[in-house]
Structures are given as C-alpha cells and as structure tokens.
Design a protein around this ligand. Structure first.
Ligand code: FES
Ligand SMILES: [Fe+2]
Length: 366
C-alpha cells in the first residue's frame, strides 16, 4: 500500500491523551501515544521487542512505559532503560520513536523519515484558528468527536472536492435542490485543489438558515480547498443576493470554515478529525454544541455512503466505472497524490515500517 509518509498526520485530539496510553495505528504502523509527566507528547511503536505485546497494554511509569508481560521499560525516545532479571540490556531492546507535535488542538505524528520532520511543515493554511483563541475571538470554534471511517482515505478526500454530492447525501442539513444542476469549477494552484460553486438567489441550506434567519433567498458559496494528501477546508456560507464574490464580502455573510484532517489508519480505514470555525455567535457554547451536533449528523451521512463504497470495492464482483463532469476534482486529486507518493518513493529516503528502527526521533512541540 502506498501512502505519503513524509508528512505530518493528525493522530489524536490533544484531550485524548492525558495520563493514559493510547493505541492508534497510523499508516499501518501500530503506535502508542502518551505524555511525559511534564505533558510533552510522545509516540512509540506499539510493540514490545521481546514478544511483541503492545506497549499500550503495559503501564506508564513516570516518563516511561513498562511492558505488561515481563516489564521491559522504555523511555519516550524508545530506549530500553530496564530489563528485569538481568543487568545487561540487550542492544536490540529498543522501539522506534516517531516525531510528534501539538498543533490546532491535535497531536500530529510524522511516520516517515525522522530526519525530514520539521514543525515548519505543519499545516498552516488556517489563520482563523489563531483568531478563534482568547476571550474575544473573531472566529467561533467547535470540534467534532474522534471519528473512524471504514473506508480508504482517498474515498474521503475525493468526497471533499465534490460539492455535487451535497444535494443528495445531505438533504436535511447542508443540501438544497437548487444546487444540483450548477456545474462546479475546479482550479489547481500548485498541489492545492480548489473546487467552487455559487448558487445564486435561492433558498438557504437548513444548517445556515437557522443562524442567518434570512427573510428571503440568499446567494450561497462553496469553496472546497484540498491540501494533499488529506487535509480539506470547506469555506461555505450565504449572504443577501447580489453579494460580491470576494473574500471580504463572504466575511459579511454567515460563514463557516469546515476543516477535515484525514489520516490513513490502514488501506481500508481512516481516522477522521474535524472542526468548524464560524464568524457568528463566536463565544456561544450552545451554538458550538448545536453546530457540532448538526455536523455529526451530516458527516455520518458521508460515512454511510463511503463505507458502503469501500465494501463494494472489496467485493470480488468487479464493475466498470463511469466518469462524470463532477469528477474533475477527484481525478486531479488522485493524480496529484499519486505523483507526490511516486516522488517520495523515488527519493528512497523512506525507512520501512519495521519494528527494529533506531529510537532516535526527537519530540517536537509546537
Ligand atoms: S513481551 Fe514485553 S517484556 Fe516480554
Ligand atoms: Fe459530505
């Protein structure tokens, strides 16, 4: 299975990791995530090098993990610091440590070459995040629960360059019938994809009407930004008909940046982290909860569709697929990610996901 490995991936919400040991598989690598006593995050291969018992089934002792079978103990760099019953620690008694960083309320891991890990490469296309922090934020923030989807991550990312599915999948929340026949526009800026659609002078989507409370029709925009391999920001909202199609004009309306961070777990499953930033009722906790609830419903609608497609793809019965005009974003996205993976593999700087790597990765905290 080919994944882009030299890349930061969201692995957990920061609040998921406290005093516990969290087992999570990232790009088919079983990892254990935890924090030191000081709160610094760490990620180790979740396999004891003795009999392969997952370290996540062991015990956290201070800044170390003690294996739950015979007590081999590892620090957060993966070095073995204790081998019960013997003085000499075998040189092979070590586990791989992965670079980690904390960013946007999440723990990120770098599954590729640790020498290339750099916090400067963390996702930085979300200026609204900084403006959502503090007591009087310009943007209101709500975060979804950790979600796991039994589908390949590219089924999820292609869904996020596909405004056309909204009418059919999200009838009760985001979709309206008027949008269905308006073609989408696809642009590529470097590796980044942008798929847009304007639906003019028509009824607002249910989720927005509740907050916009417009008396009549609205203009509605959808700007789907996809940052390969697997981060999406969907800028959508509505304002009075005749609005300018500029960034400033969109800020005047009811505007939401819906952010999706997708991390392959295996070829057929994906960790899904999502959050929304909104320019209204910024500090209203009830509104945050309400929006979260609405999106739990909406994204569950995607989950049902994508898991059914994944299951169909795995059936032995094979069918040809037909291409539609609305696939342009998906085609470009898959082509771009395939090229990035091929370039990375050509560099051959990617260590295999083996359990006996040197435990020399450092912890990067942003
Ligand atoms: S399996 Fe971990 S110490 Fe034996
Ligand atoms: Fe969707």
């Amino acid at each position: 299975v080919a994944f882009l490995r030299n890349c930061w991936y969201a692995a957990a919400w920061s609040h998921e990791i406290g005093a516990n040991l969290l087992a999570r598989t990232i790009l088919e690598v079983p990892m254990v995530l935890f924090r030191t006593e000081e709160g610094r995050p760490a990620a180790l291969l979740d396999r004891c090098p003795h009999r392969l018992l997952p370290l996540s089934l062991g015990t956290k002792r201070g800044d170390t993990i003690e294996c739950g079978y015979h007590g081999l103990t590892f620090d957060c760099s993966g070095r073995c610091v204790r081998a019960p019953g013997q003085e000499r620690i075998p040189p092979a008694a070590k586990v791989t440590a992965y670079p980690v960083a904390e960013h946007l309320g999440m723990l990120w891991v770098w599954p590729g070459d640790p020498a290339l890990a750099d916090t400067a490469k963390l996702f930085d296309k979300l200026p609204q995040w900084a403006l959502s922090q503090g007591p009087e934020p310009d943007w209101g923030l709500n975060c979804g629960p950790y979600t796991r989807v039994k589908a390949n991550y590219q089924l999820l990312t292609e869904n996020l360059v596909d405004p056309a599915h909204v009418t059919y999948v999200h009838k009760s929340t985001l979709g309206t019938a008027a949008m269905a026949d308006i073609p989408v526009e696809t642009t590529q800026i470097g590796d980044t994809l942008l798929v847009t659609r304007w639906t003019l002078d028509s009824k607002a989507a249910p989720i927005l009407q509740r907050f916009g409370k417009w008396a009549g029709n609205v203009d509605r925009w959808q700007y789907y930004w996809l940052y390969p391999p697997s981060i999406a920001v969907v800028d959508f909202g509505s304002h009075t008909p005749g609005m300018a199609h500029t960034d400033e004009a969109r800020d005047e309306g009811i505007r939401i940046h819906s952010c999706h961070f997708l991390t392959p777990e295996t070829e057929g499953s994906t960790h899904y982290f999502w959050l929304q930033l909104r320019n209204f009722a910024q500090t209203d906790v009830a509104v945050s909860r309400d929006i979260t609830d609405q999106f739990v419903v909406a994204f569950n609608e995607d989950k049902v569709v994508l898991e059914a497609i994944q299951a169909a793809e795995q059936q032995p019965f094979v069918t040809e697929r037909v291409k539609l005009a609305l696939d342009s974003g998906s085609v470009r996205l898959r082509r771009t990610v395939a090229r990035m993976i091929a370039e990375e593999q050509a560099l051959a700087a990617v260590p295999a996901a083996s359990g006996r790597g040197a435990g020399n990765a450092s912890t990067l905290v942003n």
